[in-house]
Ligand binder design. Structure first.
Ligand SMILES: Cc1ncc(COP(=O)(O)O)c(C=O)c1O
Length: 390
């Protein structure tokens, strides 16, 4: 640190210069996050000083968190449930697994080697969680549609199983597990079913409203005990805003998660009330209709991208269920790297070598797609020429 401070204007310039190095949103095609809604930015700014780790002080902010959670519970079919706003999908998934472990202990079913059944498309946040908690993941293969198959789940259940995780919108492929069918096989065993809807939670309810044939995945499905949903993704809130929601109020007691921390139902201690304010502001401002319109536009742009890809000769790895397009492009890793040097950010797949993945979120408009397609074709062409010359 310098002995003397810099004028605020100089610091502002330094920060502006750093932010100018970030890739601008219209070139970001790999992220489920987008520019937060202006009402979220305003609310976050107003609440920048707040800390939900101390609710004796920030009573009004806590009220906002409760109200945001109530809105999310209504969206996900269980107004009488409970939950917390957290830092994102990873923390939400962690808390759900902790609640499942506690539930197994309470029911006298917790063994020395607890297992959680997951599909091979489960998000990598679970790898961190299982490593941290000493839980063994039991990975079951997905079916031809890249979904967790209920019959494989049932076969994988053992006396050590404390939970099953289904995914409502895998981040890599945008595939939605048939949560209702999985719940039907899991529930009779008394095992906790967690649904990771970090990616799909702010899409599927609205996509169903516009008539798309996606399954129910929420707390209204019998047997679903907890759901992760992320306001900082398609919920247009500022980062870091995640949420974990539970079917039963009594699960959501502080010592369900961590013994001896009566005031906290989250992993983080000090945590931003700004994220709660942003989440609440967007939910109140857009209402269901606002989200439906955004979702409709995202799906229309998804269709537009698929058509443009087809016209350029690119097929798909999987038909998009969400607004995530996974195109079949040879040498995908190299194409992605080359696009990156040209300031186009796409991602690839851990499962398929020839997949370029594009998330068609709010900033990925037709204009962006029209600019991206020639860039993709050029990168593909250059990589093919380089490969042929080797
Ligand atoms: C399905 C899913 N689960 C969990 C996560 C982790 O969320 P976060 O990065 O907010 O911790 C993501 C992030 O993309 C995700 O898509």
């Amino acid at each position: 640190m310098r002995p003397t401070g810099l004028p605020a204007a100089a610091v502002r310039d330094e920060i502006a210069a750093a932010l100018a190095e970030d890739v601008p949103w219209p070139r970001v095609l790999n992220s489920i996050c987008t520019a937060p809604h202006p009402v979220a930015v305003e609310a976050a700014h107003a609440a920048a000083h707040t800390n939900l780790g101390d609710v004796r002080i920030f009573r009004g902010t806590k009220r906002i968190e409760r109200a945001a959670v109530a809105l999310l519970l209504g969206l996900l079919g269980r107004p009488q449930g409970a939950g917390s706003l957290v830092s994102g999908g990873t923390e939400a998934n962690l808390l759900a697994v902790l609640a499942a472990r506690r539930d197994a202990a309470t029911a006298g079913r917790l063994t020395e080697h607890p297992e959680v059944v997951v599909g091979s498309t489960v998000h990598f946040s679970f790898d961190k969680i299982f490593a941290a908690l000493g839980i063994t993941p039991v990975r079951v293969p997905v079916d031809d549609g890249l979904r967790l198959a209920p019959v494989s789940v049932e076969k994988a259940l053992t006396a050590d199983t404390i939970a099953v995780v289904a995914t409502a919108g895998s981040s890599e492929l945008g595939v939605v597990d048939k949560v209702d069918e999985i719940a039907a096989v899991v529930e009779p065993h008394g095992v906790w079913l967690h649904v990771d809807a970090a990616t799909g939670g702010f899409v599927i309810p609205f996509a169903r409203d516009i008539g798309l044939p996606l399954p129910r995945f929420d707390l209204g499905v019998d047997g679903v005990r907890s759901v992760t949903i992320d306001p900082h993704k398609y919920g247009l809130a500022t980062v870091p805003a995640g949420a974990v929601l539970f079917r039963d109020e009594e699960v959501h007691q502080a010592d369900s998660f961590f013994h001896g921390t009566p005031a906290h139902t989250t992993f983080l201690g000090t945590r931003p009330g700004s994220a709660a304010a942003a989440t609440y502001a967007v939910l109140r401002h857009l209402g269901r209709e606002g989200f439906v319109e955004i979702t409709r536009a995202n799906y229309e742009n998804t269709r537009y991208l698929v058509d443009r890809l087809a016209a350029a000769g690119y097929g798909l790895i999987v038909q998009p269920e969400l607004n995530i397009v996974v195109a079949r492009v040879p040498n995908a890793a190299e194409v992605s790297r080359l696009l990156g040097t040209r300031d186009w950010i796409v991602s690839t797949s851990t499962r398929f070598d020839d997949a370029v993945r594009v998330v068609v979120t709010r900033h990925v408009t037709r204009d962006v797609i029209d600019a991206f397609l020639p860039a993709l074709v050029a990168a593909d062409h250059d990589v093919r020429a380089e490969v042929a010359a080797r």
